[in-house]
Design a protein around this ligand. Structure first.
Ligand code: 5GP
Ligand code: ZN
Length: 114
């Protein structure tokens, strides 16, 4: 837990969010500024700032994020039409919240990466 981290506060229920899934390891909630009909953020409950801080010891959390994104996508009928998973890293990667998170985007035709 990082005391000044918005996503830590959401994972601890100290800040409100539109939560779509939660278990002991992770929490998923709707993005506050959705870029697609489905735009869910899946985050670990432990504070890891970015992909740059992943190690052999904590990288299992990424599999959990991806598998949960897959499950949420399937529940919403997005498995066959498809969806996008995005993890931004640091400023030039477009990261604005420094608590690692996976974006699940779907429900419309997504354009190329820019
Ligand atoms: P990033 O740009 O770091 O990859 O993605 C951060 C995402 O978090 C953005 O899409 C932004 O809209 C979303 N976001 C930022 N603050 C909040 C918040 O307080 N609540 C929710 N639900 N989403 C947030
Ligand atoms: Zn955090």
């Amino acid at each position: 837990m990082s005391s000044d981290c918005t996503f830590c506060k959401i994972s601890q229920h100290e800040l409100p969010a539109d939560i779509v899934y939660e278990d002991d390891d992770l929490i998923a909630f709707n993005d506050i500024g959705p870029q697609a009909p489905t735009h869910v953020l899946i985050i670990p409950k432990i504070h890891v700032p970015s992909v740059n801080e992943l190690t052999e010891d904590n990288c299992d959390l990424v599999s959990k994020l991806v598998l949960r994104a897959k499950a949420i996508a399937a529940e919403r009928g997005l498995a066959e039409p498809g969806y996008r998973l995005v993890m931004n890293c640091n400023a030039e990667g477009g990261q604005t919240v420094f608590h690692i998170h996976l974006h699940l985007l779907g429900g419309r035709q997504l354009k190329g990466m820019g």
